[in-house]
Design a protein around this ligand. Sequence first.
Ligand SMILES: [Zn+2]
Ligand SMILES: [Zn+2]
Length: 82
Amino acid sequence: MNCINLRERCGRRYKVVFEESYYAERPEFRVAEAAWLTIMPCQHGHICPWGGDRLAACGCLGCGWRRAWSDFGIGMTGRAWT
Ligand SMILES: [Zn+2]
Ligand SMILES: [Zn+2]
């Protein structure tokens, strides 16, 4: 399954980083998993790829969610706050 590449879509306007587990992956997996392990940090949590053309919010109370929607028109999928 594909997912949104946050770095490509949002990286020019917002800080985009790799999730911690990215650094634990072996290099050959990193390349394939890079987009999946990319997150956009926000005040309380982060926004991460959900799959397809949607993103998910982890711990975000709304800031990253609004940003993704209003600035990039990216749909969000609700997710249990972690
Ligand atoms: Zn997440
Ligand atoms: Zn947030």
